[in-house]
Write a new protein. Structure first.
Length: 445
């Protein structure tokens, strides 16, 4: 079965090679990272072969979620090195910039036997952590052979991906036998892991680490006034932030913004595409729609920008920029890509609007709607109505924002519950009693 899985990986890679070459030529993606993806890390990476903790976070979202956990692991296990791997270039750049205390950052290897063995020989983990839905059969099997403890952290299986996993339940039951613990975000995700073959006693509901990854919006935060000064926006200028947008959404956002400008001529739109390779395309699109547009990196440093649209073309600034928006739209939700993180603007008490496609954040989206902490729209007309209404109703904005922030604060605690689970795999110097509860399959009676 593993041989068939490996053969499929090779065939898919061969079939995708023209697209990969195109991405490399046009966007410089994968250039310079192939060596690491094939397990070729410099000897200096871990020259003394010291034991470590290896945390894998695919992209920027998973990396931001993992940061407080990484810091806590560093404190609990000072004798172990801590290494972080990512899949995307943007996450790689953010990890190198925002995790100065880790011992190394590298690209995740291809899940081929000889590749993962080369990587493990250098990284030498005692504990390997996968964020969310990262299940790599060959790597997990090799970890089991070497006695490396493994865990899925902040685990989730979306309603969209779950049926595909379930079709291969026999295979994944074997694969998940190599995972020591699964820390699931919710009861629903825990149940889905069990349904695809995980042993119930290895699955624990710890909650979502996304709530714990957000810093409290207190005095230590960069306050709204400071960000406004940084962007050279006057405090009276209406600002709409559209974050993590995907292809197909910017056109809708710009149409709504045109309506907004009719009633708020001084309004500015901060538009943040999810993927860096689309910055230029989105800039061109906004210009073609007739808006004065500028990149965030080209803003004047000594004058208020006269642009209507600012394309946020930097990595790691979106959460900070959310603070200046009167209203925030979180993208990936008007098109069927699964949605993005609504918690980042919520911690600042911002009213959040999102579309119908929130499969990747289904439980969180449902909680926001149930607690009147956000507005979910199902059509472009409803999207337009929601944004225009909120931009003109400060009382409604304040009520939604307060409910959003309260919801975030009420759901913290997943980090400590996750650490308690991991203590059973890799005990810290001073052990503490566990206060987590294992997941149990409901009885049929």
């Amino acid at each position: 079965m593993y041989a068939l899985y490996t053969a499929v990986i090779v065939l898919v890679a061969l079939a995708a090679s023209p697209w990969l070459v195109y991405q490399a030529v046009r966007y410089r993606k994968y250039v310079g990272s192939l060596g690491q993806r094939f397990g070729s890390l410099p000897v200096s990476f871990n020259v003394d072969g010291e034991a470590s903790i290896w945390v894998h976070a695919v992209s920027v979202g998973e990396l931001l979620t993992a940061r407080p956990l990484i810091q806590a692991l560093r404190e609990r296990h000072p004798s172990l090195r801590v290494f972080v791997s990512t899949t995307t270039r943007s996450a790689q750049e953010l990890a190198r910039r925002s995790l100065p205390d880790v011992d190394g950052v590298f690209y995740f290897p291809f899940d081929l036997g000889f590749v993962v063995r080369r990587t493990l020989d250098l990284v030498r983990p005692k504990l390997f952590l996968m964020m969310e839905t990262e299940i790599w059969p060959n790597l997990l099997r090799e970890c089991r052979r070497r006695g490396v403890k493994t865990a899925v952290v902040n685990g989730r299986l979306s309603g969209r991906s779950f049926p595909r996993y379930r079709l291969a339940r026999g295979f994944f039951q074997t694969v998940l036998a190599d995972v020591d613990r699964i820390c699931a975000q919710s009861e629903e995700s825990a149940r889905r892991f069990v349904d695809i073959g995980a042993a119930p006693e290895r699955v624990t509901v710890t909650g979502s680490l996304k709530f714990d990854s957000l810093e409290p919006a207190g005095p230590g935060q960069a306050r709204k006034e400071r960000v406004l000064r940084y962007l050279r926006f006057p405090a009276t200028r209406p600002v709409w932030v559209a974050g993590s947008t995907m292809k197909g959404e910017e056109t809708q956002v710009l149409r709504v913004f045109r309506r907004l400008k009719a009633s708020h001529p001084s309004a500015v739109l901060v538009l943040a595409p999810r993927h860096p390779e689309r910055f230029g395309d989105v800039l061109t699109l906004a210009e073609q729609e007739g808006f004065r547009t500028v990149r965030r990196s080209d803003l004047p440093i000594d004058a208020e920008p006269r642009a209507d649209v600012i394309v946020l073309d930097t990595i790691g600034e979106l959460a900070t920029v959310y603070q200046v928006g009167q209203v925030v739209f979180v993208g990936g939700s008007l098109v069927p890509t699964g949605g993005h993180n609504v918690l980042e603007p919520a911690i600042y008490g911002k009213p959040v609007v999102f579309g119908p496609h929130m499969q990747n954040f289904a439980e969180i989206a449902a909680a926001f709607v149930a607690n009147d902490a956000g507005v979910q729209v199902t059509s472009e007309a409803a999207f337009e109505d929601a944004v225009l209404a909120l931009m003109t109703d400060p009382v409604r904005r304040a009520r939604l924002g307060a409910a959003a922030r309260a919801l975030v604060e009420a759901n913290r605690g997943a980090k400590m519950r996750t650490l308690d689970v991991l203590d059973a795999l890799l005990p810290p110097a001073a052990s503490r009693p566990s206060n987590v509860r294992p997941f149990r399959v409901p009885s049929s009676s």
